[in-house]
Write a protein that binds this ligand. Structure first.
Ligand code: F6P
Length: 771
C-alpha cells in the first residue's frame, strides 16, 4: 500500500501538471479544427446551394418564395447548421429559416467589398440572445431579369448566411478535454500499478536468489559432512551482500517507524504483533512507587528520577513486571507473599516485584560501587571515583540476587528483559547464563566515558563482559555508544563491526545503539495542574514571593553533576551585570535530596546552601530573595506547577546522559511561552536546538543567557517553544521504547530462524552473523 502511494501520489501530481499544461492547448486545437470544419462546410453548402438557388432567385411569381424557403429549410436540417438566411442586394433579409436568430440583421454582418463572389467571408462569432453563434456570409452575384426572354443582368452582391450554434463546438471541445484527462489518468494509474508490481516482484526475486545463493554457499558438503563453506570464492562478496540486505531491512524498519504515531496503544500493538505478546520484565534499582510510613499512615511517593519518569508509562503500557529495590519504610507491609504489589495505587496496571537488600548490600552495591565508583567515573564532574573491593563484592552479590529474581519471574525461556542503568552492569551476563534465549536490552542512562577514563575502573573487563550479555546495549547518544565500542575494543578480545555497530564476543553478538530517551506526551500529571496564571498565584503565595516578580525554575536531584553551584554563580552575575533585575526576578531551585549519606553529596548540599544564602544576603532584602532554595522532595504535580509559572527553566548539568527536566518543562508549556536554557553537556542539547544552549562553566555566557531569556519577546518564545514541543511530542517515550522493542523483535526473528536452520544442519556460527 505504502509503495503504491509512493508511486501514485507523485504520479497524480505529475499528471496534474501535464494535464494543466495540455488542456488549454487541446482546447485551442479543437477550436481551430472546428472553425476550419465550419468554413469548409459553409463553402460546400454554398457551392451546392448556388446551383439550385440562382435559378430560383431569377424566377418570379408566388412559387418563388415558397421554393426558396423550402430549399433553405432543407439545407438547415443538417444538425451542424442552425439556420440559413439570404440578404438581397439591398441588404434586406429576404429569406430566413425558423431558427434564424431574431436579433441578427443583415446590417450586423459586415461585408467586404474586396471579396469575390462565392468565396465565404472569414467566419465571425457573435453573442446574441440565444447564445454564441458563428456566422459565415458568402457573397453571391445578385441577378435580375427585366423582361421576358431577356437575359439576366447583375444588380449587385447579395449574401447567403449560414448560422452555426457555437455551443456545439464548445460541447465537443469539453468532451474532448474530458476524454483526454480520463485517458491520461488511466494510462498513469495502470503504468504505476504495473511499475509497483514489477518492482515488488523483482525485489522479492532478488532477495530469494540472494538467500538461495547464501544457503548454497553455506551448505555443508554431504560427502564429507564438513561444516565449512563449499564455495570459498564467494566469501568476499557474501559479506557485502549480507550488509546490503541488512541495510535494506533496516531502512524499511526506519521508514515504518517514522510513519508511526507513537502512543501507549501503538506500543501495546507492537508488543502483541512484533513480540507476539511475549512477557516484558523491567529491572532497575529505583522503584516507581515508594511506600513510606508517616505516623500511622502509609504514604506513596513517586521518586525524583529520570529513569522512573521515562520507564513508568512504558511498563504501564506493557503491563509487565518491574523488579526493583524495595527501599520504602512501608514497602514490606503492602506486598503479597511473592513480594509483589500492584501499581499505580489508584489504578493498578502492573506489578512491582520488590527485592530486599540488607544494609551492607545497599551500602556496598548502591552507595559504594554504583554511586561512589561508577557514577563519578561516567560523569565528567571532577569528583574522584572511589573503588573498594568490599563494594565490588556487594555489587556482584546484589546483581546475582536481581538475576535470580528475574529468572524466577520469567514465565518463558525467552522473555524480553529491559535492564536499566549502571547499577546492573553484570546482570545481562548473569541472566543470559540462566536464560540463554532471553532478549536482554540494557539501557545505560548516564554518559559512557572515553576508554581512557573507563580504564580507571579496576573491574573494567568484568563490567564489559557483563554488559555484553545483552542483546542490545542502548545509550542516549551516538557519542556514548561509540565510546562504549572503543572501550570494548581496548579491553576485550572481541570482533567489532563498526558499520553495523555490533560487537561479537564469545560467539554472541551485541548490537550497540543510540536511543535518545524522552517523556510521556503529554505527561499524565498535567491533567491535575491548573493553568499558568493560577500556578503563578499559588507559588507566589506558597513561597512568599512578592507580586509581579518573575520566576525562573531549576529542578534536580541534589547532585554535583547537575551544575547547581554554577547556576547560582550565573544568577549572581546576572544581578551584578544587569541590576535592573534585582527585585524583579527570583530563581526557585527545587533540589530533591539524593544519596545523602555519601560525603560527596553532603559537601555538595552544604556548598549549595551556603551559596544561595550568600547571594540572598548580597541582593535580597526582608521581602525579596533572588534564590529560593527548596531542598525537599516534590511530587510531580507540584513540580509541573512551577514549570507552568516560570518564565525560564535553567538546566545547567555539567554532564548528563539526557536530562528529562528540560523536556518536562516544554511539555508543561502548552501556552508556548517560557524559555529553556540548556547545558551543552546534557544529551538533550543534541535534540532541543531551539533552547538557549550554554556552557555551564562559562558564567558570563550563562548570565547573559538569563538576561536574554528574561527580555525575550513573546513571539520569539512562541517560535522556539513551538518547535521544541512538536519535536518532543513526536519523539516521545513510546517511540524510544518502541524503537528498542522493534529492534529486539527483529533480532528474535532472526535468531529463531537461525535456530531452525541450525536444527536442519546449517552452519550455526555463521548464521549468528546475520543477527
Ligand atoms: O538517571 C540516572 C539515575 O541515576 C537513575 O538511575 C536513578 O534512578 C536516578 O538517576 C536517581 O538516582 P537515585 O535512584 O540514586 O536516587
Amino acid at each position: 500500500m505504502k509503495l503504491i502511494l509512493k508511486f501514485v501520489i507523485p504520479l497524480i501530481i505529475v499528471l496534474g501538471i501535464i494535464g494543466a499544461m495540455m488542456v488549454p492547448v487541446m482546447d485551442l486545437v479543437t477550436q481551430r479544427w472546428f472553425i476550419k470544419d465550419l468554413e469548409l462546410r459553409s463553402q460546400l453548402v454554398t457551392n451546392t446551394l448556388q446551383e439550385s438557388l440562382q435559378p430560383l432567385l431569377l424566377t418570379k411569381g408566388r412559387e418563388r418564395k415558397s421554393k426558396i424557403q423550402a430549399l433553405l429549410d432543407k439545407v438547415a436540417q443538417d444538425e451542424r447548421i442552425l439556420a440559413m438566411g439570404y440578404c438581397d442586394a439591398n441588404n434586406v433579409l429576404e429569406f430566413k429559416t425558423i431558427l434564424f436568430p431574431a436579433d441578427l440583421a443583415c446590417q450586423d454582418i459586415p461585408t467586404d467589398p474586396q471579396t469575390s463572389a462565392n468565396t465565404p467571408l472569414p467566419l465571425m462569432t457573435k453573442t446574441l440572445k440565444g447564445g454564441r453563434f458563428s456566422i459565415t456570409a458568402t457573397p453571391l452575384v445578385a441577378l435580375s431579369v427585366e423582361a421576358e426572354g431577356a437575359s439576366s443582368v447583375a444588380v449587385g452582391l447579395s449574401r447567403l448566411i449560414i448560422v452555426h450554434d457555437l455551443s456545439v463546438a464548445e460541447r465537443r471541445s469539453g468532451d474532448t478535454r474530458n476524454y483526454l484527462i480520463a485517458l491520461i489518468l488511466i494510462i498513469g494509474v495502470v503504468t504505476s500499478l504495473v511499475a509497483v508490481l514489477v518492482a515488488r516482484w523483482s525485489r522479492k526475486e532478488w532477495m530469494n536468489s540472494m538467500r538461495t545463493l547464501l544457503n548454497e554457499v553455506r551448505k555443508p558438503s554431504l560427502a564429507d559432512n564438513l561444516v565449512a563453506p563449499q564455495h570459498q570464492e564467494f566469501q568476499p562478496i557474501l559479506r557485502d551482500i549480507k550488509n546490503l540486505m541488512r541495510d535494506l531491512e533496516d531502512n524499511r524498519a526506519i521508514s515504518d517507524d517514522l510513519q508511526l504515531h507513537w502512543t501507549p496503544q501503538k506500543l501495546r500493538e507492537i508488543l502483541s504483533t512484533e513480540l507476539s505478546g511475549d512477557e516484558v520484565i523491567v529491572v532497575s534499582n529505583r522503584q516507581p512507587y515508594i511506600h513510606s510510613r508517616v505516623g500511622d499512615q502509609i504514604e506513596v511517593h513517586f521518586p525524583a528520577s529520570g529513569l522512573v519518569t521515562a520507564m513508568e508509562p512504558i511498563v504501564r503500557a506493557c503491563s509487565g513486571v518491574w523488579v526493583a529495590h524495595g527501599n520504602g519504610s512501608a514497602d514490606r507491609e503492602v506486598v503479597d507473599e511473592r513480594d509483589r504489589v500492584k501499581v499505580p495505587p489508584d489504578n493498578p496496571q502492573y506489578e512491582i516485584h520488590r527485592v530486599w537488600l540488607s544494609k551492607e548490600e545497599e551500602l556496598g552495591y548502591y552507595y559504594g560501587f554504583s554511586n561512589e565508583g561508577l557514577w563519578p567515573l561516567c560523569h565528567i564532574a571532577h569528583t574522584r571515583p572511589i573503588f573498594r573491593g568490599s563494594d565490588w563484592e556487594e555489587y556482584v552479590k546484589v546483581n546475582q540476587k536481581f538475576a535470580d529474581a528475574v529468572v524466577r519471574d520469567a514465565r518463558s525461556a525467552d522473555p524480553v528483559v529491559l535492564i536499566q542503568d549502571y547499577h546492573f552492569a553484570l546482570l545481562p551476563q548473569m541472566i543470559r547464563a540462566q536464560l540463554p534465549q532471553a532478549t536482554i536490552i540494557t539501557f545505560w542512562h548516564i554518559p559512557w566515558p572515553n576508554q581512557e577514563v573507563f580504564g580507571i575502573c579496576p573491574w573494567r573487563e568484568a563490567i564489559l563482559e557483563g554488559l555484553l550479555g545483552s542483546t542490545i546495549m542502548g545509550f542516549h547518544t551516538r557519542y556514548h555508544a561509540d565510546n562504549f565500542i572503543d572501550t570494548v575494543d581496548r579491553f576485550l578480545e572481541s570482533r567489532i563491526e563498526r558499520e553495523t555497530s555490533s560487537i561479537s564476543y564469545n560467539g554472541k553478538i551485541t548490537l550497540v545503539r543510540p536511543y535518545p530517551i524522552s517523556i510521556e506526551w503529554p505527561p499524565r500529571w498535567l491533567a491535575e495542574v491548573p493553568p499558568g496564571p493560577e500556578c503563578l498565584q499559588r507559588i507566589h503565595a506558597r513561597d512568599n514571593i512578592p507580586e509581579g516578580i518573575l520566576i525562573g525554575i531549576g529542578v534536580d536531584r541534589l547532585d554535583y553533576t547537575k551544575g547547581i553551584v554554577e547556576r547560582f554563580r550565573a544568577i549572581e552575575r546576572l544581578l551584578e551585570k544587569h541590576p535592573e533585575w534585582i527585585g524583579q526576578f527570583s530563581f526557585v531551585q527545587i533540589a530533591a535530596p539524593s544519596r545523602s549519606s555519601l560525603p560527596a553529596y553532603q559537601h555538595f548540599d552544604a556548598e549549595v546552601r551556603a551559596m544561595a544564602e550568600q547571594i540572598n544576603i548580597k541582593y535580597g532584602d526582608g521581602r525579596y530573595q533572588p534564590i529560593i532554595l527548596k531542598i525537599e522532595h516534590h511530587e510531580p504535580v507540584d513540580v509541573f506547577q512551577y514549570f507552568r509559572a516560570a518564565v525560564l527553566c535553567l538546566v545547567s548539568s555539567l554532564h548528563d546522559g539526557m536530562n528529562l527536566v528540560a523536556k518536562e518543562y516544554l511539555s508543561a508549556r502548552d501556552d508556548e511561552q517560557g524559555v529553556l536554557i540548556l547545558s551543552m553537556f546534557a544529551g538533550a542539547s543534541r535534540e532541543l536546538t531551539e533552547a538557549l544552549i550554554v556552557n555551564p562553566y562559562d558564567i558570563e555566557q550563562c548570565a547573559e543567557a538569563l538576561h536574554v531569556a528574561l527580555s525575550m519577546p513573546a513571539s520569539e518564545q512562541r517560535e522556539r517553544m513551538h518547535a521544541m514541543r512538536s519535536y518532543v511530542s513526536e519523539f516521545n517515550i513510546f517511540r524510544w521504547a518502541g524503537r528498542m522493542l522493534l529492534d529486539a523483535a527483529t533480532v528474535r526473528r532472526k535468531n529463531r530462524f537461525a535456530l531452525k536452520l541450525s536444527s536442519l544442519g546449517a552452519n550455526a556460527p555463521q548464521l549468528k552473523e546475520l543477527s
